[in-house]
Design a binder for this molecule. Structure first.
Ligand SMILES: O=C(O)C(=O)C[C@H](O)[C@H](O)COP(=O)(O)O
Length: 215
C-alpha cells in the first residue's frame, strides 16, 4: 500500500497490515538493514522503542532514508519524549499508558498518538480526550482476549491494537475480535536475529506476520 505523506490518523496505522513490529535497537547501524528487511517482508509501519540510546538516531535514519516506511517511536512516556521523537522524524508515537499531558503535547506537535490502556477507567479517560484507537497493554498479561470481548459492549466505537506478550500463535485470536484492528509485537524482530544480522530470517518473520489472518 502506498504511504500517504499527509498526517496520519492513529487508526490509519492499522490499514498497512495486521502486525506492527515493536523494535528494540542496540546499534544504530542495524536500523536501515532491519527496516529494509521488514519492508521486504511487507511490513511498512515500524515502532522503534525509545529504550536505548540508538533509538532516536535510528528513527532519524529510517525517516530520512526510507520514505516508503512509516516509522514511529514507542515507549514514549512524556511530552519531552514526544518532542524528541518528532524532531527525529517519527510519524507517530506509542505510549504504554495514558495521561492527558502527553496527549496534549502530541496534539500540539501534530503527532498521532496510540496511547496504551489497561483498565476501563483508562479507556474512559482516553475516550474523553478524543482517542478512539488505543493500544491494550500488556495484552497477554491482563487477559486481553477476555477483556476485549467484555469491552465491546460498553465501548462500542473504540478499537484496539493489543500489544504485550502476543505471538504469531495468539495474534489470529486477537485479530478475530471485532474491536481489534491490528496487534503489536516484538516477535518479528528478535534480538538474536538483529545481533546476528540475520535479515533473511526477519524478512521471513515479517512475511509470515503480514499473512496472519483472524482465527
Ligand atoms: O515500549 C512500549 O511502549 C511498550 O508498551 C512495551 C511493548 O509494547 C512491548 O514490549 C511489546 O513487546 P512484546 O511483549 O515482546 O511483544
Amino acid at each position: 500500500m502506498a504511504v500517504n505523506p499527509q498526517l496520519l490518523r492513529p487508526i490509519d496505522l492499522a490499514s498497512y497490515g495486521p502486525v506492527i513490529p515493536v523494535i528494540v535497537l542496540e546499534r544504530v547501524e542495524d536500523a536501515l538493514p532491519l527496516a529494509r528487511a521488514l519492508y521486504a517482508g511487507g511490513v511498512q509501519v515500524l515502532e522503534v522503542t525509545l529504550r536505548t540510546p540508538a533509538a532516536l538516531p535510528a528513527i532519524a535514519q529510517i525517516a530520512r532514508e526510507l520514505p516508503e516506511v512509516i516509522v514511529g517511536a514507542g515507549t514514549v512516556l512524556n511530552a519531552a519524549d514526544a518532542g524528541r521523537a518528532r524532531e527525529a522524524g517519527a510519524r507517530f508515537v506509542v505510549s504504554p499508558g495514558y495521561h492527558r499531558e502527553l496527549a496534549q503535547a502530541c496534539r500540539a506537535l501534530g503527532l498521532p498518538l496510540l496511547p496504551g490502556v489497561a483498565t476501563a477507567s483508562e479507556v474512559m479517560a482516553a475516550l474523553a480526550d478524543g482517542f478512539t484507537f488505543l493500544k491494550l497493554f500488556p495484552a497477554d498479561a491482563i487477559g486481553g482476549l477476555g477483556l476485549l470481548k467484555a469491552w465491546r459492549s460498553p465501548f462500542q466505537h473504540v478499537y484496539f491494537c493489543p500489544t504485550g506478550g502476543i505471538t504469531s500463535a495468539t495474534a489470529p485470536q486477537y485479530l478475530a475480535l471485532p474491536n481489534v484492528r491490528c496487534v503489536g509485537g516484538s516477535w518479528l524482530a528478535p534480538a538474536p536475529s538483529i545481533q546476528a544480522g540475520d535479515w533473511v530470517r526477519i524478512t521471513q518473520l515479517a512475511r509470515e506476520a503480514q499473512a496472519l489472518r483472524p482465527a
